[in-house]
Design a protein around this ligand. Structure first.
Ligand code: FES
Ligand code: FES
Length: 206
């Protein structure tokens, strides 16, 4: 009886250990794959090539010497200290890095800095008036409590400004549709829609 009981307990311990070992190896697999993939990419990456680029950001010209592969997002954050534009996914999927170039919203994580030469780029830092008066969209986000952690907010605001200017904010359904590329992990969506509705009235009346 006790021998059988011990055997049973040992079997259970073994099974649990085996299960954990299997789980651990399964969980580790993507990490190994990711590391392997990275080293292959590093080995195959072309050598860096520096290019001279002049960017116009918020009305100011910046002459830069950059690796040709540098994104506009990294240029803003790492080279110009304009950290209002956020890096979320870095893969074009969240909208946190949205800026406006020549009146159109673009994802700065998918845009090479060199390709932005000659375009007028506006970031969240360039939205308020020089005297510090907030843009109607910024004020509306405050008034409508349209953020929680705030990480997505610069991208939401830049996208919302363009959304109104494009004429894609006629009603709540259109706002939701044309803001669908901007993800908010805090799910402040109802307040974001309310903020855009408020700012639209002011922007269209301006
Ligand atoms: S950081 Fe650019 S879309 Fe997510
Ligand atoms: S306010 Fe937190 S992610 Fe949008």
């Amino acid at each position: 009886m006790s021998a059988d009981g011990s055997t049973l307990k040992a079997t259970k311990r073994l099974s649990r250990r085996g299960f954990l070992a299997a789980g651990a190896s399964t969980a580790a697999a993507p990490l190994v794959a990711r590391g392997f993939s990275t080293s292959v990419e590093a080995a195959e990456a072309p050598p860096s090539r520096m290019v001279g680029t002049t960017l116009t950001i918020n009305g100011q010209a910046y002459a830069l010497e950059l690796d040709a592969r540098t994104t506009l997002l990294d240029t803003l954050r790492e080279h110009l200290g304009l950290t209002g534009t956020k890096k979320g996914c870095d893969h074009g999927q969240c909208g946190a890095c949205t800026v406006i170039a020549d009146g159109r919203r673009i994802l700065s994580c998918l845009t090479l800095a060199a390709s932005a030469e000659g375009r007028a780029v506006t970031t969240i830092e360039g939205l308020a008036r020089p005297d510090g008066t907030l843009h109607p969209m910024q004020q509306a986000f405050i008034d409508q409590d349209a953020f929680q952690c705030g990480y997505c907010t610069p991208g939401q605001i830049m996208s919302a400004v363009a959304c109104v200017r494009e004429g894609h904010a006629q009603n709540d359904d259109a706002i939701r549709e044309y803001m669908s590329g901007n993800i908010c992990r805090c799910a402040a969506y109802p307040n974001i829609v309310a903020a855009i509705r408020q700012a639209r009235t002011e922007m269209e009346g301006a």
